[in-house]
Design a protein around this ligand. Structure first.
Ligand code: NAD
Length: 500
């Protein structure tokens, strides 16, 4: 099977000559081939989206919202089928795939409120006989370039808000798990979205570059690794486009001595090993106060060994494989480097074999103690099931380590002290903070975004900042002269008098 584009409401075969394998990471089998797009495909997709955007922007906002409501219902009905598809191509366990759909659904529900979100502001009689009002209008064609780790949630961070506000949206999904994008395209069509308002272009850097340089693309949303985020931000900005580019992460969980350790361990295990650590909001680093470090490591090790690793669709699976053979090889190499550089390997997930899935890309849960900030295992974003433990003297040292790290996506503190928690949240240079909450992904009516190398551009995604990102302001100053009254000569020079 060859996976292709979705243009003008129908599947289109990519015109590129190459095709890339799409794996089932649990079995190691190639289950499909991804056709790669070309500049000609980009031109075709953008032309279709541009024509559709002009018409869609004229559709009354309530009617646009009605499409969002229908899309929401279809997404709920399709959750099982979509979760199975995500699990098959990504490898995450089905319950986790359902979880990502649920988080995406929240953004759809937020976008259903678009009539109110776009209400604007009105100042009656701002000056004599003059009213002033502000509205926000769509940008036209906007693009979303998304990563492999959330093939449904990340496109749904962007597309419902972009579409509800009156834009046409082009999705360039990851090459690794591209099928969910076409599933979403069909749902949008069944929901009544006009053809061309949601487009999917499959491919690699060729397609991305085609979009970044295309004169009819107004804005770019990107989520992926930091080097690519930096490139996307620089290139799209240089081409005069609005851009938000979310990058990688290395999130720290801080465990203070007064924390409820069992509660913290429950959360840390789920946040470090869930989805095999392939989450930008995972907690791959624990900074623990020295006095409770031994007992914490012992509890973590016990739990890590208990995790059931197998194919994501198997009953009772806690954790599936990583995405590709290359990812497995890289993660195992970094674990080896930790040992070589002096850290203590407490639980070793290298060479992990799952019975019945011997060719799958599995890495077992890995726990590494006595990690130092100079070691590769700390400095690299591993994006695998590897948890580093660093022992610290107290809260101040933990905050200093977090603030010295180049990333600033999320962080969490585990404590029973309100004072410590308050100091923590006010002092860390990080965009999303959890207090006894390990993965503080904001609900859809707040916005999501990191600091430092985790986000390039000013705007966070979805929520109020998403509405602002996908629209531009227009302010109207309006006066209707009284016909019956003599018309006063307009002021020759602008002095502000006319508005008094
Ligand atoms: P990636 O950067 O390799 O790919 C992301 C997208 O960029 C894909 O669509 C890919 O086709 C495209 N791309 C890749 N290389 C490119 C290049 N050289 N030029 C142009 N386009 C290119 O990321 P990934 O491996 O798919 O996803 C994992 C990364 O995403 C991790 O670093 C993770 O932290 C990050 N991520 C961040 C967030 C966040 O909210 N900050 C959320 C999810 C994932």
């Amino acid at each position: 099977m060859t996976i292709g584009h979705w243009i003008d409401g129908q599947p289109v075969t990519p015109s590129g000559e190459g095709a890339q394998p799409v794996y089932n990471p649990a079995t190691g089998e190639v289950i499909a081939r991804l056709g790669l797009g070309t500049q000609a495909d980009v031109d075709r997709g953008v032309a279709s989206a541009l024509a559709a955007s002009a018409r869609w922007a004229q559709v009354p906002v309530g009617k646009r919202a009605a499409v969002l409501f229908r899309f929401r219902e279809l997404l709920v009905e399709s959750t099982d089928a979509l979760a199975a598809l995500v699990s098959r191509e990504h490898g995450k366990v089905v319950s986790d795939a359902r979880g990502e759909i649920a988080r995406g659904l929240e953004v759809v529900e937020f976008a259903c409120g678009v009539p109110q979100l776009l209400q604007g502001a009105f100042s009656d009689q701002a000056a004599t006989d003059i009213d002033v009002y502000s509205v926000r209008e769509p940008l036209g064609v906007v693009v979303g370039i998304t990563p492999f780790n959330f093939p449904v949630m990340v496109p749904l961070w962007m597309s419902p808000v972009a579409i509800a506000t009156g834009n046409a949206f082009i999705l360039k999904p990851s090459e690794r798990d591209p099928s969910a994008s076409l599933f979403l395209a069909e749902l949008w069509q069944r929901a009544g979205l006009p053809d061309g308002v949601f487009t999917v272009l499959q491919g690699d850097k060729t397609v991305v570059d085609g979009l970044l340089h295309h004169p009819d693309v107004a804005a770019v949303s990107f989520v992926g690794s930091t080097p690519v985020a930096r490139y996307i931000h620089a290139t799209a900005s240089a081409n005069g486009k609005r851009v938000q580019a979310l990058g990688g992460a290395k999130n720290h969980g801080v465990v203070l001595a007064d924390a409820d350790l069992d509660d913290a361990v429950n959360h840390l295990v789920a946040a470090a090993y869930g989805a095999a650590g392939e989450r930008c909001m995972a907690l791959p680093v624990v900074l623990v106060e020295e006095s409770v470090a031994e007992v914490l490591v012992e509890k973590l090790a016990h739990r890590a060994k208990d995790i059931r690793v197998t194919a994501g669709d198997q009953p009772g699976a806690d954790m599936g494989p990583v995405i590709t053979p290359a990812a497995k090889e890289r993660i195992e190499r970094i674990i080896t480097s930790a040992q070589e550089q002096g850290a203590t390997l407490v639980v070793d997930g290298r060479g992990y074999v799952v019975e019945g899935y011997e060719n799958g890309f599995f890495v077992g849960p890995t726990l590494i103690d006595h990690v130092a900030v100079t070691q590769e295992v700390y400095r690299e974003e591993i994006f695998g099931p590897v948890l580093d433990v660093l022992r610290v003297g107290g809260l101040d040292e933990a905050i200093a380590i977090i603030n010295a790290n180049p990333y600033g996506n999320g962080t969490a503190v585990f404590t029973s002290s309100g004072e410590a928690a308050r100091t923590f949240r006010r002092s860390v240079h990080v965009g999303m903070i959890g207090v006894n909450v390990p993965i503080p992904v904001p609900v859809a009516w707040h916005s999501f975004g990191g600091w430092k190398d985790s986000l390039f551009g000013e705007s966070h995604v979805y929520g109020p900042e998403g509405i602002t990102f996908y629209t531009r302001g227009k302010v109207v100053t309006e006066r209707w002269p009284h016909r019956a009254a003599p018309v006063a000569a307009p002021a020759f020079h602008f002095s502000g008098d006319a508005q008094k």
